[in-house]
Design a binder for this molecule. Structure first.
Ligand SMILES: [Zn+2]
Length: 117
């Protein structure tokens, strides 16, 4: 059980890093790797995944009902998602579609949970 959570965590970090890399390449013109600003964002995002106590029940930090991101970082990660989200479909179609399906399912579940409260 613990193992599958770790796997999920790793997967989330992988997707976030990919999205940030794509954003950085296109928006900041970074040829390889990440610029210092995006590097900090990627590290921050991975740290959030590491610390997230809801990993078992949620699918993605940007989707999480408990927003552990600092407002500034949250804004930045949202920009990255908005930019890279649709483009992921082109660069990493399988991963993007899978993420889209999970995100949709999760959003529906969260909405239902909120209704009950
Ligand atoms: Zn950058």
């Amino acid at each position: 059980m613990k193992k599958s959570i770790d796997k999920k965590r790793e997967k989330e970090k992988q997707v976030v890093t990919l999205m940030i890399r794509l954003y950085c390449k296109k928006q900041h013109g970074t040829k390889t790797g990440l610029c210092p600003e995006c590097m900090a964002l990627a590290e921050y995002a991975c740290e959030c995944s590491d610390r997230c106590p809801f990993m078992e029940n949620k699918t993605f930090c940007s989707n999480c009902r408990v927003h552990c991101y600092k407002p500034e970082m949250r804004n930045r990660i949202r920009q990255v998602m908005r930019f890279s989200g649709p483009r992921m479909l082109f660069h990493h179609p399988f991963m993007a579609i899978r993420h889209l399906i999970i995100t949709k399912r999760e959003a529906g579940r969260l909405a239902r949970e909120t209704d009950r409260e």
